[in-house]
Every structure is written in C-alpha cells, then in structure tokens.
Design a protein around this ligand. Structure first.
Ligand SMILES: [Zn+2]
Length: 399
C-alpha cells in the first residue's frame, strides 16, 4: 500500500538543526519527514500533491520532555512547598503508597494527555509498575518509558515494545537507593537506561562518608542496611560500578565538579536538566557552563508535575532562561527542549529534517517576535499549540 504523502505549508519553519525558513513547507511520507524547505521550491518538486496550508503558524519539532514521572501527575497538589530534599522524598513515598496501581495508570494517562496538549511529542518517563509501563507504551507519546528498580528488587522483565515510537528501558532509581553491585547487573538487562544522579548535597554526603539525612531518614524508614561509604562523588561512584559503559541518561547532574563532568563527557552521556524541580527542592544550581565546555549533550525535563503543577516544557524553557540568563541563548534553550532531548533518549526525532520521524508541533504566531527561537521561549504556551503530529499522525487517531 502506498504511504500517504502530505505537504504542509506554514508561515515559519523552525527546523532547529538548520536555519529558520520564512514561508516554509515540508512533506511527510507515512511516519517520516521526506523533505523540508522553502514553500515555492517544494511545491515545484511535488506538483501533484495538494497543499495543506496551515497559515499563520510556526512548524517546529515536537518538544521532548527528557524526564517525567507521568504516574505522579495527580499528586501535583499533594506535597507541601518548602520541604528539603529528603523530607520531600519521604513525603512522596508516603503519598504514593496510598494510591492503587489503577490510580497511577489513570494519572500517567492524564499526564500523557497534558504533554500532547503542551506540544510535547516524546518523553523520557519513569514508571514504578508494569501496568504503568504498559499504559505509557500504549499511549500517544513517543520516547522511552523506564521501569524503575529500587533497593535490591529483582529487575522486572520488560514488555516487548508494541509501537515503534515508544521503547521500554530500566531505571535503577538513584546512586543512593540501589546497591552498588546491582548497577552492572541491571545494565546487562536493558537498553536504554536512566539514573537519578548527583541531584542533591545530601546524596553527595551519603556517598562520600555515609552521613546525613539519607542515612538517618531514608535508610531507617526503608529498613535497608547501610552500605559501606564509597568515598566517591555520585558520578565517580557510578563509574566505579561499570554502568556508565552502558550509556545511561543521567537525570539532574546538579552536584558535579569539573572531574565529574569530564567523566560524563568521556562516556558520551547525556544529562537531563530539570531546573524547576531543582529550584523547588533547593538542591543547587546546574553548572550549565561546565557541561557546555566539555561538550556534554544537555536535554530538558520537567520532572514530575508536583510543585510545577503542569508538565509544561514552555515554562521549563523560561525557567532555563531565568536561571542561566544571557549565558544561554534562546536557540540553545530550544535545542535543549528538542534535538538534545531526542539524542538523550536515542530517538530519531527532535528536528525538522529529512529522514527523521514526523514529530511536529505547530504554534500560533499571534505574538511572534523577529527571532523564532525567542518566540518559542518567551511566548510559547499550551494555548498556542495548534497541531501536534507524532509519526505524521494526530495522536490518538491511529494508535
Ligand atoms: Zn525524577
């Protein structure tokens, strides 16, 4: 059967990996982008194809939310503001225990819906049960759902992927909640992997000498035996376990020094930066400049909806600008939210480019500035999202 080709025309095209195009167009062939360029050129090359003129919109790659916990979406108002990192985590565990698996599945489905409404086409999601993994795999989004492994739990068997757009992987939860011997074992079981790493000063203290509230509160609540302190930074600790060779996506990466970032760069790892979450939990400032100097791929994630209330990647981009100011351009910020996220998740999307999957968002240009990147960062919001395509289709229409 011939694949259906579509020719879309828009006032502005923002391919991200190449310069913006005024009066641009692209051709979608089945789930993939076939060509991108100026409208006149494309119309000439495809004389038989009818034009779907989207009018006054900007076509850009769908946003990639590199770190979410969709199953926690309905807990967005459940945890008080102003708690320190460890108190917050313990409160989360207590609140989550009250939810059934059915509640978590429903919450993940609502979270996925919010993502699509907000122009997101792919996520790096963390799920704590097989049922949620299945729900996210069957949902509208592309990307990766990482099944979390915590303590000395036996890593679960992952369901085989049922869509080409969404993969399943494993996430050993963090440097401080998984025994060091488990990391390399988990690395052999799945690809891709994701780990919460170097998030808080409490994590640094715990790994270094076994001190602080992680030992005093989390380990005593979980009744886990205290491990021998590694004396290492979180990143050096992960390197010592051997898991970095499996190229896990590192989540947070706030509490790092130059040596840590060198380790991350040497292994060719990506880092998911979650600025709103970091601010909320007061864990420190993400050293963007260090990562840039070492050429590390930095993606962007909202983390769970708790605290930020909504899984809003436009707001997260503004958070990047608030945090890093003129040290980061609007173009770099948009790259973090698109192509860098796709690289971090190992998916062939995140840019309007021939051969990439047609994961596309159309934004209303009612409040356009001269610089399309600035328009996205400063004026982008869910209300401005006119169209979302995942694999060339409107989410929910064919899957
Ligand atoms: Zn997280």
């Amino acid at each position: 059967m011939d694949r259906v080709k579509k020719l879309l025309r828009a006032r502005t095209l923002l391919p991200v990996t190449s310069p913006p195009i005024d009066n641009g167009a692209l051709v979608i062939n089945g789930p993939l982008i076939e060509t991108v360029g100026r409208f006149e050129d494309i119309r000439r090359s495809y004389p038989g194809l009818s034009v779907d003129d989207l009018g006054d919109v900007m076509l850009m790659p769908g946003l990639v939310n590199a770190h979410t916990h969709l199953e926690l979406t309905e807990l967005r108002d459940a945890i008080p503001e102003g708690l320190d990192f460890v108190s917050w985590l313990m409160e989360l565990v207590r609140k989550k225990r009250k939810l059934s698996v059915g509640d978590l599945v429903a919450s993940a489905r609502r979270g996925a819906g919010q993502c699509v409404t907000g122009g997101v086409t792919a996520v790096g999601d963390i799920a704590t049960s097989d049922e949620v993994v299945k729900a996210v795999l069957q949902g509208p989004l592309a990307g990766v759902v990482f099944r979390e492994v915590i303590g000395d739990d036996e890593p679960p068997m992952l369901p085989s992927s049922i869509s080409s757009a969404m993969k399943a992987g494993l996430s050993p939860h963090s440097t401080y909640t998984v025994p060091s011997a488990s990391f390399s074992r988990i690395a052999k079981l799945a690809d891709p992997l994701a780990i919460h790493a170097a998030e808080s000063p409490e994590e640094v203290a715990f790994l270094k000498d076994g001190s602080g509230p992680i030992a005093d509160k989390i380990y005593s609540m979980a009744r886990w035996p205290l491990p021998k302190p590694s004396g290492l930074s979180p990143i050096a600790f992960l390197e010592s376990t051997g898991i970095l060779a499996a190229k896990p996506l590192l989540i947070h990466g706030v509490q790092v020094n130059e040596d840590d970032v060198r380790i991350i760069a040497r292994h060719g790892l990506s880092v998911a930066h979650c600025p709103a979450s970091n601010r909320r939990l007061g864990v420190g400032r993400f050293p963007f400049e260090l990562y840039r100097r070492q050429g590390v791929n930095v993606a962007l994630g909202t983390d769970s909806a708790i605290g930020t209330k909504r899984l809003d990647m436009f707001e997260e981009m503004r958070e990047v600008k608030r945090l890093h100011g003129s040290a980061i351009s609007c173009e770099e910020t948009v790259r973090m939210a698109t192509i860098n996220g796709a690289i971090a998740l190992g998916i062939d999307a995140g840019a309007l480019e021939a051969g990439k999957r047609a994961d596309i968002t159309a934004l209303s240009m009612d409040v356009a500035t001269d610089d399309p990147y600035m328009t996205v960062v400063e004026e982008g919001r869910a209300e401005a999202v006119k169209i979302v395509l995942i694999g060339g289709e409107t989410p929910g229409s064919s899957r």
